[in-house]
Design a protein around this ligand. Sequence first.
Ligand SMILES: C[S@@+](CC[C@H](N)C(=O)[O-])C[C@H]1O[C@@H](n2cnc3c(N)ncnc32)[C@H](O)[C@@H]1O
Length: 468
Amino acid sequence: MTTAEEFLQNDPSYHRLKDKVVGSTGMAFYRDRDDILCDVVMRRLLATGLRDCDAYLELLETEGGSDELDILIAELTIGETYFFRHHAQFEALEQKIIPDILRRNESIRQINVWSAGCSTGPEAYSVAILLKERFGKQLADWNIHIHGTDINRKFLALARTGRFGPWSFRAVPEEIRERWFNQVGDEWEISREIKSMVRFYPHNLVTDPPPKPENGFDLILCRNVIIYFDRATAEALVARLHESLADGGWLAMGHSEPNLALFRKFHTLSLPGAIIYRKEAGYAPPALPARTAAPPSPPPSRTRAVKTVPPKKPARQSARSALTAQKDVPPPRIPAPRPAPHLVLELAEKGDWDAAEAACDAMLRANPLDGRAYYYRALLLEQAGRFAESETALRRSVFLDRRSPLPHYQLALLLLHRQDVNGAQRSFRNALSLADRREADTPLPELPDLTAGQLREMAAQYLQRLKG
Ligand SMILES: C[S@@+](CC[C@H](N)C(=O)[O-])C[C@H]1O[C@@H](n2cnc3c(N)ncnc32)[C@H](O)[C@@H]1O
């Protein structure tokens, strides 16, 4: 325990202050990171000359309190970002998403993009560069509006300067940097042309109503933001992002946030190395099955796993699932030529959860020791909000496919969701070391769009953040 932690844990108002921080930023991450939070709060107590959290809370509630809240938030937010972060997503934007927006908006000749949680700006500027670089001629007479928003005003001030150090260019080909930036001392300043395409302004994704351009956003990027939020906050945010999109608009989340459950309202598209979500007019998300409390499951053991029959399905609302839930009724026939694992994925991505579950059951009937099937089952259970059962399925998958990194990674996400940071760190470390044993460009058997190298990077990023 740090000295600040020891001091503040004895302060009766510390937890009230913590609730205020989490409530006003969404960063549930700090619920069990008292080590970091106490250091920051202690610094602010010293800087403001206040004696305890009660006095500090009072300051936050006064008229000038919002300035102090901004300072506190600036100390707590983590703004790691760089240009063209996650190359595969920018490939998907270039190959699929921007051409689609150009086709759809041909008549209005306008594009609205929102980089939500933009930090110091590279994400928003990268989209601007991509539009100019690859679609400049076509877009010559179009109105392009790129909004960059963040809760941290210091980040926004940096974004507006348009100046960046060399580390921000670690994923940028040199010719792009040469074309769109001018060197100023040790830094690079973005060209006026690109700068004028982006407008940066403060916005809190948890408490503020989202900006709503007249025709809705064509593309929202909200990458590496919700990893700090709890489930309920993330769900509410995803619903608001859905509302802010135009029909047919696209949502890009961080590539370490693949969580089909959160994005049920969207049509999910798996593109090479990237998952992107689309709002589709008339797309009806499948009804969620009723949440059932699962009895605690025994830890998996090999003998148990051999004897395991696939867990019984809970009663579901749709007629189709009611049918397939009956033992003597065969599940939907699986077309022979397609490998079953990929069929489960395809069905899940279409949001056809019942059929995906039936396909998963079929895999387990064929081989009750199929770790991959347990992995898919875990994803399906998670989307239904049945986290305890999902965890059991993941632990089985981990046990059965000992050398596979992805189940460890998914388990880490689940543990993080229920605030078990130590457990999550252990599982991220397992995922990382198992991914390390594979060639970086080897596709992972459970999600062939993802390579071992990408998973390694994702696990490393989480570990880095959890280290604080
Ligand atoms: C890790 S950065 C991600 C930057 C960029 N999207 C990317 O992926 O490179 C996360 C950003 O989310 C912002 N953020 C955190 N909570 C927020 C909130 N409630 N509203 C708006 N922005 C928030 C932080 O200030 C930070 O700049």
